[in-house]
Ligand binder design. Structure first.
Ligand SMILES: [Zn+2]
Length: 98
């Protein structure tokens, strides 16, 4: 948080203030808003794809696990476990970098 000079009335204004308290000129909104939108949009599509892939892998792993335990109780398959863990991992990465 720092003080900046209002472009209109040249008085000291907080850069966190939405508008100049002296003349009412908008300050923080004009500067911060466009940047925030860009940062969010840059990795959005990729992260959404990661989350989708992770969710599908996770669902597949869970369904396979349940299916296997009903049909072949004595047969242990590693694939559903790997799918579950891998899907969860990919999903978390997608969430984290969003
Ligand atoms: Zn001002």
């Amino acid at each position: 948080m720092s003080l900046i000079e209002c472009p209109d009335c040249k008085k000291q204004v907080s850069d966190q203030a939405p508008a100049c308290p002296h003349c009412g000129r908008p300050i923080a909104q004009a500067k911060a808003a466009p940047q925030n939108i860009r940062v969010k949009k840059s990795g959005g599509e990729f992260c959404k794809a990661l989350q989708l892939i992770g969710a599908i892998m996770l669902c597949y792993g869970v369904v396979s696990c349940v299916y296997n335990s009903f049909d072949y109780p004595r047969e242990f398959s590693l694939t559903p476990t790997i799918m579950m863990l891998g899907g969860f991992f990919v999903f978390v990465i997608g969430r984290f970098f969003e």
